[in-house]
Design a protein around this ligand. Structure first.
Ligand SMILES: Cc1cc2nc3c(=O)[nH]c(=O)nc-3n(C[C@H](O)[C@H](O)[C@H](O)COP(=O)(O)O)c2cc1C
Length: 199
């Protein structure tokens, strides 16, 4: 288990983050600090109440989402795949090595996935929500991933980082690269880095 540093307090104006948000697809060759990665994971799924409620809303608080960090150039973290534990705000190592290029191949060779210092893969265990809501729960899970991804977009902008929501990929290939557990389906991938200005 790797304890993450506490998330940064984001004092960036919300209106500015919303107005400035864009999908970014080219990165400076610059590592991303672990504090910023910690803040992104927290913004998406961090625990924000003593009852265990999280930064993003969840239908019936069933929390179907699992976040995986594919770290390739994160300062203070060995390249590898990590699973985020919201309760402890920590990481669990899943696989070692720099796997962004491999992940990019699974995303129809999208360059911004291959070259990003890190990618956040959001997967879901649908049964957590459908077990409670039946078939209607399927839609709820897709709605929830949007909530989490938007928080990553806005928190990125607030820290001078950038991201792009990637939905085009081969599920089986992504699951293999990230080492997803059985029952986890990849829904969204967010490459993150320092964007090249003006692009
Ligand atoms: C569900 C969804 C899937 C997307 N998939 C991809 C993708 O696979 N690759 C990509 O480069 N952008 C992807 N995008 C980003 C859109 O291309 C982008 O949001 C759109 O061009 C508008 O630009 P903006 O985000 O800068 O406002 C996706 C966006 C959404 C909402």
């Amino acid at each position: 288990m790797i304890a993450l540093p506490p998330p940064l307090e984001l004092n960036y104006p919300l209106g500015r983050a919303i107005a400035k948000r864009r999908s970014r697809r080219s990165w400076l060759r610059k590592p991303v600090e672990l504090e910023k990665v910690s803040t992104l994971l927290w913004a998406a799924q961090g625990v924000t109440s003593k009852e265990g409620f999280r930064a993003s809303p969840s239908a019936g608080a069933t929390y179907p989402l699992e976040l995986y960090l594919v770290a390739c150039d994160v300062a203070g973290l060995e390249p590898g795949v990590y699973c985020y534990s919201p309760g402890e705000h920590s990481l669990r190592i899943v696989a070692k090595g720099s796997l962004c290029r491999e992940l990019g191949k699974a995303c129809l060779n999208q360059e911004w996935v291959s070259t990003a210092p890190l990618n956040i893969v959001i997967a879901a265990v649908f049964e957590r929500t459908t077990g409670y809501y039946g078939r209607r729960g399927v839609g709820y899970v897709y709605i929830e991933v949007g909530h989490a991804a938007q928080n990553i977009y806005l928190a990125s902008e607030a820290m001078d980082l950038g991201t792009v929501a990637v939905g085009a990929f081969y599920d089986d290939e992504v699951a293999r690269v990230v080492n997803l557990s059985r029952g986890e389906k990849p829904l969204y991938i967010l490459p993150v880095g320092y964007p090249i200005p003006g692009r």
